[in-house]
Design a protein around this ligand. Sequence first.
Ligand code: DX5
Ligand code: ZN
Length: 219
Amino acid sequence: MEHKIAPSILSSNFLNLRSEIEMLNKSEADWIHCDVMDGVFVPNISFGFPVLEQVRDIAAKPLDVHLMIVNPDKFIPEVKAAGAYIMNVHYEACIHLHRTVCAIKQAGMKAAVTVNPHTSVALLDDILEELDMVLIMSVDPGFGAQRFIEHSLQKISTLKEMILRKNLKTLIEVDGGINRETAKLVLEAGADVLVAGNAIFKSNDPLAAISEMKCLGRL
Ligand code: DX5
Ligand code: ZN
C-alpha cells in the first residue's frame, strides 16, 4: 500500500487558512491533520471546533483530527459534527480506552490511539485489533518544528511486527519532526501515514514538498 501524507495545519498561516486549505485540496496530500490542544494535556493551546467546522466546509480531503486534550471521550459527538474522518485520542488521556474507542466507531469515525514518546507500543497489545490506526508521536506533543526522536524508529518496527503477527490492517501514523530525511527512515521502519507541519508549510513550495514526500518509496 502506498503511504499517505497528512499535512498538519498547525504550521499553516491562520490568516490565510482558506488559501492554505485550497492548496492542500490541489496537492497530493491524502488527509488534512488537525491538532487540537487544550493547554492542559499539552503546554499549548491551538484551535477548536469553530475552526474545524470551517475547515470541514472547504476541505476536499478527509480530516485527521489529533486531540491533545484531557477527557477526549467527552467530545466524541462534537468531533464527529466538526467533520472528522478519523479521531485520534491519546493513550495517556483515556482511562477507559476500550470504551472510548468503541464510542468513536459507534459515532461513525475511524478510531486511532496516539502514544507519547515515553509510552511503550506494547501497551496497545490488548486493544490493537480494535484500532484503525496508531499514531506514534516522534516529538513530545504540543508544538511544531521540534526535532525527531530517533527511538521512534524502534517503536514503529515493534508495532509493525505486532500488527503483522496478528494479521491486522491497522495503519501506523508518525507525527513530529518529519522532513525529507526522517520521512525515509520512518517509511523504512514501517510507517503508513506521515504527518508534517513545518517541512510543508514553511517550505518555499509546499505543493512540491508534499509531492516529494509522497514520491518517497515509489520506484
Ligand atoms: C505536535 C503536533 C504535530 C505538529 C507537527 O504536537 O501533533 O502534528 O504539527 O509539526 P512538525 O511536522 O513541524 O513537527
Ligand atoms: Zn498532530
